[in-house]
Design a protein around this ligand. Structure first.
Ligand SMILES: Nc1ncnc2c1ncn2[C@@H]1O[C@H](COP(=O)(O)OP(=O)(O)OP(=O)(O)O)[C@@H](O)[C@H]1O
Length: 234
C-alpha cells in the first residue's frame, strides 16, 4: 500500500466473468485505496480489458460485487451507471481517444461541460490541469500535438471531473522511450497529488514496476508480483 493510502475507493470481491465457456475472471478480489496506484499485467487474452470493462460498468460480471466508494455498481441500471462513470471514474486509453480537430483546452473542458459544469469553470479547470501537465493550450488542434502531449491531455480530461477512481488501459502503449517514461511519471503522480485511486493495465513491466502495487492476472485471479529491492527502495 502507498504511504498514507486511505480508504478503499474500489473493492471488488468474488468477481466472475465467463465468455465462450472460458472463465476469464474467477472469484477475483481487488482493493484499490485513495492515493494508491495499482498496476495489472498479464498475458494477452488473460482478461485485463474485461476486468476494466466490468469496473466501468460496461460489462456486468456473472458473479461478485464491485463496490466503488461503498456503492455496489453491479446492481445499478443504465442511467445510474452513466452517472457513476461521470461522477466517479476517469479513464485514459492507449490512443487518448481525443477529438483531433478540437484544441487540447476544448477536449479537456468538454468532459466537464458534458457533466454540467458551467462554461467558465470548465475552461478554468481545463487550463489549470493542462498547465500542470505542461501541455500547450493555444489554438493548435489536438491532432498536431506530439504523442506525449496528447496522452497528457487525455489525463487532464480524465481528471477534470475530479474522479475518485482513475482507470488507465495501456496508457503508454503507443509511446516509446523518454515519452513513455514521462507519461508514466505524470500518471503515477496523480494519486499522490489528487488523492484518487489509480488502476493501470499495462504490458510494460517497467511501467508496472513504478506502481505502489503490481498485480498479475492469470487463471482469472490477481496475484501480487514481488517488488524487487530497487523498486522497493524508490
Ligand atoms: N464477446 C466475446 N466473445 C468471445 N470471446 C471474447 C469476447 N470478449 C472477449 N473475448 C476473449 O476473452 C479474452 C480476454 O480478452 P481481454 O480483451 O479482456 O484480454 P486482455 O488481457 O485485455 O488482452 P490484451 O492484453 O491482448 O489486450 C480474449 O481471448 C478474447 O478473445
Amino acid at each position: 500500500m502507498a504511504v498514507g493510502a486511505g480508504a478503499a475507493v474500489l473493492a471488488a470481491s468474488g468477481l466472475g466473468y465467463e465468455v465462450a465457456g472460458r472463465r476469464l475472471l474467477d472469484r477475483l478480489d481487488l482493493v484499490v485505496r485513495a492515493g494508491e496506484s495499482v498496476a495489472v499485467t498479464g498475458p494477452s487474452g488473460s482478461g485485463k480489458s474485461t476486468l476494466l470493462m466490468c469496473l466501468l460498468g460496461l460489462l456486468r460480471p456473472h458473479a461478485g460485487d464491485i463496490l466503488v466508494k461503498g456503492t455496489d455498481i453491479t446492481g445499478l441500471r443504465e442511467r445510474a451507471l452513466a452517472r457513476y462513470r461521470r461522477e466517479h471514474v476517469g479513464i485514459v486509453f492507449q490512443f487518448g481517444e481525443l477529438l483531433p480537430e478540437l484544441t487540447p483546452l476544448e477536449n479537456t473542458a468538454l468532459a466537464a461541460l458534458l457533466s454540467g459544469v458551467p462554461r467558465d469553470e470548465a475552461y478554468a479547470r481545463a487550463e489549470s490541469l493542462l498547465s500542470e501537465f505542461g501541455v500547450p493550450y493555444g489554438r493548435t488542434p489536438t491532432a498536431d500535438l506530439s504523442g506525449g502531449e496528447r496522452q497528457r491531455t487525455a489525463v487532464a480530461r480524465a481528471l477534470i471531473n475530479e474522479p475518485s477512481l482513475l482507470l488507465a488501459d495501456e496508457p503508454t502503449g503507443a509511446l516509446d522511450g523518454a515519452t513513455r517514461d514521462a507519461m508514466a511519471e505524470v500518471l503515477f503522480s496523480v494519486p499522490r497529488r489528487w488523492g484518487c485511486a489509480l488502476l493501470l493495465v499495462t504490458h510494460d513491466a517497467s511501467v508496472a514496476a513504478r506502481a505502489d502495487r503490481h498485480l498479475a492476472l492469470g487463471d482469472g485471479r490477481l496475484t501480487e508480483v514481488a517488488v524487487s529491492g530497487t523498486e522497493a527502495g524508490r
